[in-house]
Design a protein around this ligand. Structure first.
Ligand SMILES: [Zn+2]
Length: 270
């Protein structure tokens, strides 16, 4: 099977990375992932791209097989995951077209399979710092150099969807100090951590969430329209980022399972 070192998810409005990649079908113990993976090289680095909603946008956020998607990346040998997503702003100073590079998440989903460790062995992975600090810094610097407005940190609250928030929910999220809201970062980030892959969440802000500004409530069409406008910026950011990622990891993401197990009778599958 074709291998790759860097995995990139495509989200709403972002269904392909660069032309000329080879389509690779991957199956997993959890079922098929959202789509075939497009595998190829960017500046000598091997990359696999997957549209998390399928390139025909047929899979809503709450129906994505997140475990299959992350497992598929891992099975190709991927150690770094770049995960752009569309998100709503929860702060007046975070504007549509801006990018937020996440450093924390709040999980408000409720019906998703969010672990590979159903035991044994019983495994409790630390999620204190769920996003890779090395990739986050690199994303911020790379985006800023390309003239993009980058917010260097941010807390992403992830809602179950597929509906958007009520005004009261949105006001609550904003009042907590959280920065952006989306539907797919969780459990993606947590599952990547369980597989000891670095994960970089890059949120492209498409709208102000309904509790923030006196604007019309967000619509799906508006999200895709703004994402479409910023698609090229995102593509440029991702391609430059791939080139800059150091071959050797300096972060601790690769040892996320060290000390996480309470029993050692058996190693998990895979
Ligand atoms: Zn890392």
């Amino acid at each position: 099977m074709a291998g790759a070192e860097i995995g990139i998810f495509g989200g709403s409005g972002f269904y392909s990375l660069v032309p000329g990649f080879t389509e690779v079908e991957v199956d997993t113990p959890f079922g098929p992932p959202s789509d075939t993976l497009a595998v190829g090289e960017i500046e000598g680095r091997s990359v696999a791209f997957m549209a998390r909603h399928n390139r025909a946008h047929t899979i809503p956020p709450h129906k994505i097989n997140y475990r299959a998607n992350l497992w598929a990346f891992k099975s190709l040998g991927i150690t770094r995951v770049l995960a752009p997503c569309a998100a709503g702003s929860l702060k007046p100073w975070i504007h549509p077209g801006n990018f937020v590079v996440c450093d924390q998440f709040i999980d408000r989903t409720r019906a998703r399979r969010d672990t590979f460790f159903d035991g044994p062995p019983v495994t409790h992975v630390s999620a204190a710092d769920p996003y890779c600090p090395e990739l986050r810094k690199l994303a911020v610097v790379t985006g800023a150099a390309a003239g993009l407005t980058m917010h260097p940190a941010g807390t992403m609250v992830v809602i179950e969807g597929p509906r958007f928030s009520s005004r009261a929910e949105s006001e609550f999220h904003s009042s907590q100090g959280w920065d952006a809201v989306s539907m797919t970062q969780y459990p993606e980030v947590a599952l990547a951590r369980e597989l000891e892959m670095c994960f970089c969440g890059i949120a492209l802000i498409t709208d102000y969430d309904s509790g923030i500004e006196e604007v019309a409530p967000v619509s799906a069409a508006e999200v895709v329209r703004v994402f479409g406008e910023s698609n090229e910026k995102l593509r440029t950011l991702l391609v430059s980022l791939v080139e800059k990622i150091p071959v050797t990891r300096e972060c601790s993401c690769g040892s996320a399972l060290t000390g996480a197990r309470l029993s050692n009778e058996a190693e998990p599958e895979g």
